[in-house]
Design a protein around this ligand. Structure first.
Ligand SMILES: C[N+](C)(C)CCCC[C@H](N)C(=O)O
Length: 297
């Protein structure tokens, strides 16, 4: 069996099914994504509970799952790009193979550069999926209730086609620059936090155990979301530009006018809910990554 799981003592087995693991936390995380996006882009809610109650009253339980089928389908692709670019950049920078990664750990600078590179590349793969998710999640119309005005987008494909028709194919990349600014440095921080926590809690040159990987992955997610939230707010607002929001001239314009109108607190909207979601999602993500690396690497 894989090297990562080998040196950890008798009875330590890798998880039996690795690929389907992220599916469950992803679906469970849908309502959290929806609340986060609405809190960040709409001013009608007083907080998490208020947003949940209003969404439930107006759109029923199904309302919480709006806009997620498409991004969930894309998660495998986006994560493969991120982790693939990250580990290959690290390989190119350090010439240490995956198997020797814990015995000859790369420097934190190399981990940071590889994380930033992965973040930069994945941002452009993620951009169209994320745009569609944000647009659909911001539709507050109840589903198919006779007599009520129809929502602007009927589903992810209709949303993509409408954006292409209105703004051309590049319209699918609206907000992509803010997304790149959000993900490039914060994914560097993500991988550095993970590596640091693993190394702190594992004896020198040994592979981290499954519990260590889960905890380190969870905290890496929280740390990177804590830093990313201000730009996440800006990204979501720019993606909504032209719909419920005014069109911003750029990232800076969006930052300045949001802060002027709503105060500095605007940059931390969705932080609590993001962090609560980030722990389990990223714990499972890293466990799956380590398992796959050790069995294929
Ligand atoms: C860089 N940024 C903070 C945006 C995301 C970092 C973690 C990515 C993970 N797929 C998640 O959804 O939590």
């Amino acid at each position: 069996m894989a090297s990562c799981w080998a040196g950890r003592g008798a009875g330590m087995e890798p998880p039996c099914s690795s690929l389907p693991i992220p599916a469950l936390p992803c679906w469970a995380a849908c309502p959290v994504f929806l609340i986060q996006v609405r809190l960040q882009t709409q001013t009608t809610y007083q907080g998490i509970i208020d947003c949940m109650v209003k969404t439930y009253r107006h759109e029923s339980l199904l309302g919480f799952f709006k806009g997620m089928s498409f991004p969930i389908a894309s998660i495998a692709v986006v994560n493969s790009v991120l982790f693939g670019v990250y580990s290959n950049t690290l390989l190119a920078l350090t010439t240490t193979s995956h198997q020797e990664r814990w015995a000859q750990p790369p420097s934190y600078t190399h981990v940071f550069i590889a994380g930033c590179t992965g973040g930069f590349v994945q941002a452009y793969c993620l951009a169209p999926f994320d745009l569609i998710k944000v647009r659909l999640q911001n539709q507050t119309e109840p589903r198919a209730r006779p007599g009520s005005p129809p929502p602007r987008y009927r589903g992810p494909v209709h949303c993509a086609v409408s954006i292409c028709r209105e703004d051309g194919p590049w319209g699918l990349f609206r907000g992509a620059w803010a997304l790149t600014l959000r993900d490039t440095p914060t994914l560097g921080i993500y991988f550095v936090t993970y590596e640091w926590l693993c190394r702190q809690s594992t004896p020198d040159r040994q592979n981290p155990g499954a519990a260590t990987v889960l905890v380190a992955g969870g905290f890496a997610g929280i740390a990177s979301w804590a830093v990313a939230t201000p730009l996440d707010v800006i990204k979501s607002r720019m993606q909504m530009g032209g719909l419920k929001h005014r069109v911003y001239r750029g990232v800076l314009d969006c930052m300045v006018s949001s802060a002027r109108q709503e105060g500095l607190g605007v940059f931390f909207r969705g932080l609590t809910i993001n962090s609560a979601r980030a722990f389990p999602v990223n714990a499972v993500t890293f466990l799956t990554y380590e398992y796959l690396l050790s069995s294929w690497g």
